[in-house]
Design a protein around this ligand. Sequence first.
Ligand SMILES: [Zn+2]
Length: 273
Amino acid sequence: MRGTTDGLVIRETAVGESDKLITVLTRDKGKILISAKGVRSQKSKNTALCRPFVFANFEYYEKGGRYWLSSGSINDSFFGLNADVESLALASYILDITNEISGENSPDDTLLRTVLNTLFAIEKKIRPLEQIKGSFEFFAAAHSGFSPDLCQCEKCGQAKAEAFYLDVMNGSLICSACLSSKKLPLTEEITEYDRFATKNILIPISLDVIKAILYVTSAEPKRIFSFALSKDEAINEFSHVGEIYLQNHLERGFESLEFYKMVTKPVTDKKQN
Ligand SMILES: [Zn+2]
C-alpha cells in the first residue's frame, strides 16, 4: 500500500552499508519509522530528505509491516540551524525531547506544530536561546501531563511570601514560612529522599520565573515564546529550572543537553581550565 505524509525527521540511524532508518514525527500517524534504502550513497535522490530537522512530504509504501521511503519533497530543512554550534546543539536537544515524549502511531498535531515553531524560533533567534529552551521544556512537561500548579504555597495556600521554592516532584510551590527552619536559608537546590525513598527536590525560584512558567504552561502552544524576561539572570534561572523539572519528571537525562551546556559555556571559563 502506498501513501504520503507530512513529517519532521527527528532521528536517523545508519543501517547496513548505505541505508538509514529515520524516525519521523508525522501529522497523521504520530511517530513512525521509515526505512530508506541507499540514501547514504551520493547517487540517491532521497539523501537530503533523510536528515534530522527536515520537514517534508514523504511518499512511502508499506510492506512486511514496515514503511519504506519511495520519494518526497522538502518543505523546510531549517538550514539556518547550522549557522552556529549553540543553535544546532539546542535544536538537537529539542528533537531528543520530542522523540521521548511522542508516541508511535498516535497523532499529535500540537506537538508537531510546537516543535516546528521551536526550531524556527531557534533558527531565527526570535528570543534568547535559554528562553526558547526553558519554554519548550515546560511545554514538554505540561504536554506530557506534568503541568506544575504554581498559584500558591502547597502547604498554607498563601499566594504571597517573602520567598518561594519549587517543589519539583510535586510540581508546586512552598513558601519560606512553611519550609522547615532546618532547611533555611536555602540558596541552592537540594535533593533528598524520605524514608520511603521518595525523591524530593527543592529549588529557590524567583517571582519572574514563576510568572514565566505560569505563562508558558497556560499559553496556546504557538505563543509559548511570546513573553519577555527582563534580566539575564531570570532567563538563565528559567532555563535551569526547566531542565531540572523536565528531566526529573521524564526520569531521564539527555546527552544532547549536556553537549548544549558544554558549548554554551562562556569562552573565558574554558581558558581557565
Ligand atoms: Zn506556605
